[in-house]
Ligand binder design. Structure first.
Ligand code: SF4
Length: 705
């Protein structure tokens, strides 16, 4: 790794899935100035508050710069050889005694695609376990499952230009104004565009919308099914599209007709005014160019997959897909949730979007020339930590994520890690709630210190570039993984002999083209043979990018989907109640979401004073009627209790939440708010298909403190 010190580097913001291009100027004393890259198609020079503050978070304060091993109650310094030998030996010992499924990897949408690919190749191709899951499970795995069911593969049809092309924009469980600010900036000044927000909270996105449907929590499927029934009843289908490009219409129609789909009945179930619902349905019916964005508010639910399917059905029935300004559009949270999905970051997928069917397993095994392909899908995040807790998984390697704060029911995560025989944590930050639980701590290279690629929400692959030498003893994640693989078995040397991130990227590119007769959309053949200089100068490029072809734009313009018969599937979604209903003891519905200026568990954003100013502490939102009844005053402390834990936070009395609903944001850790952590309150119920937890609804009680 030769040091490089260019004055200005073009790279990609490491925060959200918008994937903004950044121009970063680094001085020799590690002071960093950033501005938006006007040549990057994702942001055209714009940055939000978090991206603008990247310079303030680039110091070495709080970093882990050398490997450490547990020593009694504390940690001692270790050499890389010592630490990596210990990881490799313990993994081998556990696998020898208990089999490959007794080890697991819990990774992150913060990793680069090359890191993700490396860990998947090690686990799924060499160790022979699919126990690799990612914190992206918590944010968009329901959308992945909906895409796979409806389109035949995890394919996002839309591109960002569709947002400005659309005459009607629907934000379904998506507070874009806070979570994807640069995308939101694109459209907020458009005069002729109508915007509808579907959200139980009056978010900034809702406040700026032309119509806010402040639905009861978890009634989205009912609302979107009602729209589908409305389209059918008003004969507003695109009959040609439905006939030629979809399957399952009769089954969907039969399922919808089993319920009362009158606007009045749906409005009552969703807890909104009939006139508002009618207006929404008519807007959808009469606006050809409609984009429906869905994000965590839709996905983080025990019905997350069916919410996605219901929204997609409305687009398929009306032919609003594959055309400029017309598509369902899942927006990802993290900078590389998409890249992770592409290389098999989820436990239920192989790399390059392949499933665990026999043909795909054999194909991947042939390509990797691997000794032990994982025979079946692995455990998804919540189940994975439960398996650690029950002793089935005996060694876990956690990379670039902080599950002690970000998982639901975090007290159970503590119990799991406490009994685990070996917890390895590789991260850039020395002190996190999860780092404390490690037996072995590995110092990873941070943003700006390593090279690789990320994919944003519109399938655009961009480079994150190194702009400084590696501080201390840190290493890129892919290199750490490769080193452990080689130490586990010298016969694996060749498979993990990459010397540069481009070597890893080329390995992945080759898999996307391997025995691909065109039936798999994920094809990166256009990048094949790129040398290191070409990789370094790679400009943002959207996939599919097959050899000899132009990079893709929006998908499905030709009506061809990734299913065996080429048709999109209309799958009947079922409107259900949340997994855990409110009770007499826990009568409220607790919701949890992000704030505008913090990211995940604040390991970076808390370092920037300007980012702390917007929301400096966790605040509990409660409706005025509930607050009055319970004697909770605005600005005073309240205690929230659920069957899983309790938290104390300052109350904000506001009708931005519905009566009977509470909201407490997610970011705060033991270090920043020991009593106000929300995820220890959250029920670990998950969507039965996607495994995504229900962060948006937990039965809760609240009282003045
Ligand atoms: Fe970074 Fe997202 Fe903000 Fe863009 S919108 S600057 S990617 S946090």
């Amino acid at each position: 790794f030769d040091p490089v010190m260019p004055v200005t580097t073009k790279t990609t913001c490491p925060y959200c899935g918008v994937g903004c291009g950044v121009k970063a100027e680094l001085s020799p004393d590690r002071r960093l100035k950033v501005k938006g890259d006007i040549t990057h198609p994702a942001n055209h020079g714009r940055l939000c508050s978090k991206g603008t503050a990247l310079g303030a978070t680039f110091g070495l304060e709080g970093r882990i710069l050398e490997p450490k091993m547990r020593n009694g109650d504390g940690f001692r310094s270790a050499t890389w050889d010592e630490a990596l030998d210990a990881v490799a030996q313990k993994f081998n010992a556990v696998i020898d005694e208990h089999g490959p499924d007794a080890v697991a990897f819990y990774v992150s949408g913060q990793l680069l695609t090359e890191d993700y690919y490396a860990v998947n190749k090690l686990a799924k191709g060499y160790i022979g376990t699919a126990n690799v899951d990612t914190n992206s499970r918590l944010c968009m795995s329901s959308a992945v499952a909906a895409h796979k069911q409806a389109f035949g593969a995890d394919l996002v049809p839309a591109i960002y230009d569709d947002l400005t092309e659309a005459d009607l924009l629907i934000f379904s469980g998506h507070n874009a104004a806070w979570t994807h600010p640069v995308l939101y900036r694109r459209i907020e000044t458009l005069q002729d565009q109508i915007r509808v927000c579907i959200d139980p909270r009056r978010t900034d996105t809702a406040k700026n919308a032309d119509l806010h449907l402040m639905i009861k929590p978890q009634t989205d499927v009912r609302l979107w099914n009602g729209l589908c029934a409305h389209l059918i009843a008003r004969d507003a289908l695109d009959h040609d599209f439905v006939d030629r490009h979809t399957s399952g219409f009769s089954r969907l129609m039969a399922a919808l007709s089993a319920d009362d789909q009158s606007v009045e009945a749906v409005a009552e179930d969703c807890g909104i005014a009939v006139a508002d619902l009618k207006r929404f349905y008519d807007l959808f019916l009469h606006t050809e160019k409609t984009v429906s964005l869905f994000s965590q508010g839709s996905n983080q639910s025990t019905q997350g997959v069916h919410k996605g399917l219901a929204l997609i059905n409305a687009h398929l029935l009306s032919g609003k897909i594959g055309k400029p300004g017309a598509a369902p559009f899942s927006i990802t949270g993290q900078p590389n949730a998409m890249g992770g999905r592409e290389v098999g970051g989820l436990a239920n997928m192989l790399a390059a979007h392949m499933d665990f069917d026999d043909a795909s397993k054999a194909r991947v095994q042939r390509y990797w020339d691997s000794p032990a392909i994982a025979p079946k899908p692995g455990l998804k995040a919540v189940d994975m930590f439960e398996a650690v807790r029950s002793g089935k998984i005996k060694a876990i390697w956690i990379m670039a994520t902080n599950p002690m704060v970000s998982m639901p029911d975090t007290n159970r995560i503590r119990e799991a890690l406490e009994i685990c025989e070996m917890v390895v944590v590789s991260d850039v930050i020395a002190r996190t709630d999860t780092m404390e639980m490690a037996h072995i701590q590995l110092p990873a290279a941070a943003w700006g210190e390593k090279d690789g690629t990320v994919t944003n929400s519109e399938r655009m692959i961009s480079r994150q570039r190194r702009m400084t030498t590696l501080p201390g003893d840190v290493r890129p994640d892919w290199a750490i993984i490769a080193d452990v693989a080689r130490r586990m078995n010298s016969a694996w040397d060749k498979a993990f002999s990459w010397r540069t991130p481009n070597d890893v990227f080329q390995d992945y590119v080759g898999l996307t083209t391997f025995e691909n007769n065109g039936s798999r959309f994920l094809d990166l053949g256009g990048f094949a043979g790129l040398d290191n200089a070409g990789f370094d100068s790679l400009t943002p490029t959207r996939w599919p990018y097959a050899k000899g072809k132009q990079p893709a734009g929006r998908l499905f313009g030709d009506g061809r989907f990734a299913t065996p018969d080429g048709r999109a599937r209309l799958i009947p979604p079922v409107a259900k109640a949340p997994a855990n209903l409110p009770t007499e003891d826990f009568p409220f519905s607790l919701n949890s979401a992000r704030v505008r200026d913090h990211w995940h568990t604040m390991t970076r954003t808390a370092l920037a004073p300007e980012l702390n100013r917007h929301t400096s502490e966790p605040v509990l939102d409660i409706h005025p009627k509930d607050a009055r009844r319970l004697g909770i005053a605005d600005g005073r402390l309240a205690r929230v209790t659920t069957p899983y834990g309790e938290a104390i936070a300052k109350a904000r009395v506001t009708d931005d939440v519905r009566e009977g609903n509470l909201h407490l944001p997610m970011h705060w850790t033991k270090q920043f708010a020991p009593f106000g952590r929300s995820n220890q309150l959250i029920n670990p119920a998950v969507d039965p298909t996607s495994g995504q937890p229900e962060f948006k609804h937990t039965p809760a009680q609240v009282e003045a403190f």
